[in-house]
Design a protein around this ligand. Structure first.
Ligand SMILES: NC(=O)c1ccc[n+]([C@@H]2O[C@H](COP(=O)([O-])OP(=O)(O)OC[C@H]3O[C@@H](n4cnc5c(N)ncnc54)[C@H](OP(=O)(O)O)[C@@H]3O)[C@@H](O)[C@H]2O)c1
Length: 176
């Protein structure tokens, strides 16, 4: 075999080895690497999601949350959620019977009712003096709230020009 033939032969066999190697690599990528990467990514997303949820629940645990309008609707739903996450919840509204019923529901939703505090304060937020009295009572009994959520209010659906003047008074002049 001449040197030229020898070199050509070696080149051919190396070329075919490289071709085989590339085919093998493509197969591995298609059947092993891609599915493994997909599984890994889904695990990472699940883990990250759980971590975020845990951090969110930890961030309200043991905190004092005051919710006005907490005896019904959005306010009550939020109060139950905070109770579920371990917060201490105080709700504020005017009607005592609704407040008591809501408090029972909130206690049932609690993460650990033995460690958490739940209470209601009867207050009309349109009355400045009433608000001041109730706020000082709250601070004396439970300390300063970490979070205050204002959910009180009422909706009066209708056309602007047909609304009673009293509704505007309630809506615009009321909250202290
Ligand atoms: N639900 C919705 O889809 C929606 C959408 C956009 C905006 N909003 C607004 O979000 C707020 C809450 O809605 P919601 O559906 O949860 O209403 P809701 O079920 O009627 O609850 C209103 C709460 O506010 C209390 N409240 C009303 N006036 C008060 C006052 N002067 N002082 C203290 N507490 C007072 C009520 O209790 P007492 O009556 O016993 O005081 C009750 O606990 C309203 O302002 C509503 O307009 C609601």
């Amino acid at each position: 075999m001449t040197l030229t033939n020898y070199l050509l032969h070696t080149f051919d066999s190396t070329k075919s080895r490289i071709t085989h190697f590339i085919e093998l690599q493509t197969l591995i990528t298609a059947y092993l690497l891609v599915p493994s990467l997909l599984i890994l990514i889904s695990f990472l997303i699940t883990y990250f999601w759980r971590y975020i949820r845990l951090q969110c629940s930890k961030s309200v645990e043991g905190r004092l949350v005051l919710i006005t309008g907490g005896s019904s609707g959005i306010g009550k739903a939020l109060a139950c959620k905070y109770a579920e996450l371990g917060a201490n919840v105080i709700i504020v509204a005017r009607t005592e019977s609704k407040l008591q019923n809501a408090l029972d529901e909130i206690e049932q939703a609690a993460k650990d009712s033995n460690k958490q505090t739940f209470a209601y304060l009867k207050c009309d937020v349109t009355n400045n003096q009433n608000v001041e009295e109730v706020m000082s009572e709250l601070i004396d009994l439970h300390g300063c709230p970490d979070t205050i959520i204002n959910c009180h209010g009422a909706a009066y659906p209708g056309y602007f020009m047909q609304q009673e003047h009293s509704i505007f008074e309630v809506g615009f002049i009321c909250v202290h």
